[in-house]
Design a protein around this ligand. Structure first.
Ligand code: ADP
Ligand code: MG
Length: 351
C-alpha cells in the first residue's frame, strides 16, 4: 500500500496526524487476528469527508496502532492519553428539563456504545463469531426483565423484519439500515443483514442495536426533554447488562469502541430540537454548540440533512469526562441554545 492520497479539503484527523514517516512505521503492522493498517484506514481513505478516518478492528488495534490512534484520541477528546478515564453512572441524576414548556425539544436520546471483550469489533469480525455474539447479547438482554419489567420486550432480527415494519422502524429512528458509506468501506456492513437486529422494549423506549458499528448500542429514547429520566434508565439497563457481559475496557481509554470518537463513556446524549430561528442563523448555533462542546447533526443521524428545522444536538466529548458530565454539558448548552432561539423569535428577527 502506498501513502494515501488525501484531497486538499480533507479535514480528517487521519490526514492531520498520518505523516509519511508514521505511515512507513505502521504500514506492515497488523493485530494477531490479521487486522491490518490498511483495513483500519480504508474508510478514511475512501471517504475524504470523514471527520476521523480510522476504525479499530478489535481492542488490540488501540495498542498496535497507538502511534496514530493516540494523537487522534487526544485531539478529538481534548484528553491527555496518559490520564485515567473515570466513570460516573450513579443514580439518581437530577438535571432539570431545559425545555419545561415543551416548546423546542421533541425527543431525548442517550446511547452508549459497547463491545464484548474477546470478540473482534464489527469491521473485522467473521460471520460465525458475529452469530455467536448475537446469541450471547440477546440472552443477556433477555435477563434484564428480571431487574426491571420496563426492560422487557422483543428482539427483531433485521433479516426477518418485514419490509413494512422495517420502514416504520426507520421512520421512528428505532433501527439502522446498513446504508452508511463510512461503515460500508470500513467493512462493518459485510454479510448484511446477517446477525443484525434490534431489541425493543414493550413501550419502545429502551432499544438495543446489535452488530451495528459496535456490538451493542444501548439506547433509551422518549419524547420531551427529561434528560435525567433518560439517563437513569440507561444507567439501570447498563448495570443489568454488566452482570451478564464483560465489555472491552481499558483504564486510559475507557470502553473500547470501533470509532475513536466513541471511546471513554461511549455515551452520546442528545436531543432532537426544532429551531426555526437558529436555522436561519446557523453560524450562531454552531458557535454556541462549540462553546459547550456540543455537536450538531442532521435529523436522521450523522451526515444527514436537517428536516423541518429539527437538529440533533449532543455531547461531543466522551473520554476523560464522566457520563454525568456528558449530560451536564448537554444541559448547559441546551439552556443557552433555547435562550438564543427565544431571543431571535421575540425580536422578530425571524419571520
Ligand atoms: P449514533 O450516535 O447513535 O450512531 P446516529 O447519528 O447514527 O447516532 O443516529 C442514529 C439514529 O438515531 C438516527 O435515526 C437518528 O435520527 C436517531 N436519533 C438521534 N438522536 C435522536 C433523538 N434525540 N430523538 C430521536 N431520534 C434520534
Ligand atoms: Mg451512527
Amino acid at each position: 500500500m502506498d501513502y494515501p492520497e488525501f484531497s486538499e479539503d480533507n479535514k480528517s484527523l487521519l490526514k492531520k496526524y498520518l505523516t509519511r514517516e508514521l505511515f512507513g512505521r505502521l504500514e506492515k503492522v497488523r493485530t494477531n487476528s490479521g487486522f491490518t493498517f490498511a483495513d483500519a484506514i480504508r474508510s478514511g481513505v475512501a471517504n475524504q469527508d470523514s471527520s476521523i478516518g480510522i476504525y479499530a478492528g478489535n481492542a488490540e488495534s488501540y495498542k498496535v496502532f497507538a502511534d496514530i490512534f493516540n494523537p487522534i484520541i487526544s485531539d478529538y477528546h481534548s484528553f491527555n492519553i496518559d490520564g485515567f478515564h473515570r466513570s460516573d453512572l450513579s443514580l439518581p441524576c437530577d438535571i432539570e428539563n431545559p425545555d419545561p414548556d415543551h416548546r423546542y425539544i421533541i425527543s431525548t436520546r442517550i446511547r452508549v456504545a459497547r463491545n464484548v471483550a474477546g470478540f473482534d469489533f464489527p469491521s473485522s469480525i467473521n460471520s460465525e463469531s458475529r452469530k455467536m455474539l448475537e446469541l450471547k447479547v440477546v440472552q443477556a438482554i433477555d435477563m434484564l426483565k428480571s431487574y426491571n419489567k420496563n426492560l422487557q420486550g422483543r428482539y427483531v432480527t433485521l433479516s426477518d423484519a418485514l419490509r413494512s415494519e422495517r420502514f416504520s422502524f426507520i421512520k421512528k429512528h428505532f433501527i439502522f439500515d446498513g446504508q452508511d458509506r463510512f461503515q460500508a468501506s470500513a467493512g462493518i456492513t459485510r454479510d448484511w443483514p446477517e446477525s443484525r437486529g434490534v431489541f425493543l422494549s414493550n413501550d419502545e423506549k429502551f432499544i438495543v442495536w446489535v452488530n451495528e458499528e459496535d456490538h451493542l448500542r444501548i439506547i433509551y429514547m422518549e419524547k420531551g426533554g427529561e434528560i435525567a429520566k433518560v439517563f437513569n434508565n440507561v444507567s439501570l439497563a447498563l448495570a443489568g447488562l454488566e452482570q451478564e457481559i464483560i465489555f472491552a475496557y481499558n483504564p486510559h481509554l475507557g470502553y473500547l469502541t470501533s470509532c475513536p470518537s466513541n471511546l471513554g463513556t461511549g455515551m452520546r446524549a442528545g436531543v432532537h430540537i426544532r429551531l426555526p430561528g437558529l436555522y436561519k442563523r446557523k453560524t450562531l448555533l454552531f458557535k454556541i454548540a462549540d462553546s459547550f462542546n456540543l455537536q450538531v447533526r442532521g435529523t436522521s443521524g450523522e451526515n444527514t440533512k436537517v428536516d423541518n428545522f429539527v437538529f440533533d444536538i449532543s455531547n461531543r466529548q466522551r473520554l476523560g469526562i464522566t457520563e454525568k458530565e456528558c449530560v451536564q454539558d448537554l444541559h448547559k448548552g441546551l439552556v443557552e441554545i433555547i435562550e438564543a432561539e427565544k431571543t431571535i423569535r421575540d425580536c422578530a428577527i425571524f419571520s
